[in-house]
Write a protein that binds this ligand. Structure first.
Ligand SMILES: [Zn+2]
Ligand SMILES: [Zn+2]
Length: 349
């Protein structure tokens, strides 16, 4: 076992899975390197293996990543290419509140022999707190789901208009157009786009100052979103024959007790899974969290929440999942096709 090190870069020749090892604060990148061939070994197709039966030995899987369709930096094609060279064989594209990148990513994944699960990371609220739910959509989406994405998109647009309106009062003319220019694409705008617009317009010297003066919590440009309720969003996913997964459950600043309440409400609404590991996690917290997931009978998922190259995370970067009784989400009956080896079936969205 490669304890205490991370596989940070790999040889780009897809037939050489030699890792370059570098130490990181915690965690081991899980790659097929540990199970696949070394040069000189006979080559069975490394891209056709089914997913592992348990989370602790899972390799070559990342079920939470972003592309330029939301706030990621890579195009869907570039993301799939990066996954490919990093030895990911089963992936999910989980852009915020949109499926816009899925068709392009699916096509690329098919051409490279990767399994891609159509998905999105949906915003909602529970007891007034923002929660992210990964919608895994192996069977496509219902009309209700599509309408739901429309509701989320409108909420974001209304918020952007309101931020622009408020920033006009401090001298930012055409704030919406300027923020759009900074975004450089048609993706939904966020506060960082407005912060960049303030910098470009010369109203603040840098991004941190933009947040400190105008866009941070409680400031003029901090417009609250009115997200749909957790149960509503889970309903859209269930309608589509999909699996609802609570994203990064340890990142909401909740006590264990409060997470129990969240899980109870989530399960009542039809939710079935949560991310056991999201990126880097404290091993002790993960170990205890696995017990909590098992107690609630939730499936466990794994994902890096990768957004852009050059940061601490890359596709497939996760702390090692502990040995536990938590059942991998890919053993959910709806994901049976995804979990197997071989090429991906096409899904109509
Ligand atoms: Zn999230
Ligand atoms: Zn995410």
């Amino acid at each position: 076992m490669l304890s205490g090190v991370s596989i940070d870069r790999v040889c780009r020749d897809p037939h050489h899975w030699w890792p370059i090892l570098t130490k990181t604060p915690c965690g081991v990148m899980r790659m097929p390197t540990e199970t696949s061939h070394r040069p000189g070994d006979p080559i069975s197709d490394p891209l056709s293996s089914p997913l592992a039966e348990t989370l602790d030995v899972a390799a070559g899987v990342d079920l939470h990543m972003h592309s330029r369709a939301s706030d990621g930096k890579l195009t869907p094609t570039e993301l799939v290419d990066l996954c490919h060279v990093r030895g990911i064989r089963h992936m999910a594209l989980t852009d915020h509140d949109t499926l816009d990148g899925v068709a392009e990513a699916s096509e690329r994944a098919r051409s490279l022999g990767l399994k891609l699960l159509p998905a999105a990371e949906l915003s909602c609220q529970w007891r007034g707190q923002g929660i992210h739910i990964v919608a895994m959509l192996p069977a496509g989406v219902s009309e209700g789901f599509t309408a739901g994405l429309g509701v989320l998109a409108n909420a974001r647009k209304a918020r952007s208009r309101e931020i622009a309106h408020r920033l006009e009062k401090i001298g930012l003319e055409d704030g919406l157009a300027r923020a759009r220019h900074e975004a450089g694409s048609e993706r939904p705008l966020g506060r960082p786009d407005f912060a960049a617009a303030l910098v470009t317009a010369g109203l603040v010297p840098d991004m941190p100052t933009a947040f400190k003066r105008y866009l941070g919590a409680g400031k003029r440009g901090d417009v609250k979103m009115h997200w749909p309720e957790l149960a509503t969003v889970v309903g859209w996913i269930r309608d589509s024959g999909g699996v609802a997964v609570i994203a990064h459950p340890l990142r909401y600043g909740m006590t264990r007790r409060k997470r129990d309440l969240l899980f109870t409400a989530f399960i009542e609404a039809g939710g079935e899974a949560a991310e056991l590991v999201s990126g880097y996690q404290n091993p002790n917290a993960t170990f205890d969290f696995a017990r909590q997931l098992h107690f609630h009978g939730l499936y466990g998922s794994l994902g890096s929440d990768f957004h852009y190259p050059g940061g601490a995370l890359a596709p497939g970067t996760i702390s090692p999942p502990p040995r536990s009784h938590v059942v991998p989400v890919w053993r959910h009956p709806a994901l049976a096709d995804f979990a197997t080896g071989g090429s991906a079936p096409s899904v109509t969205l």
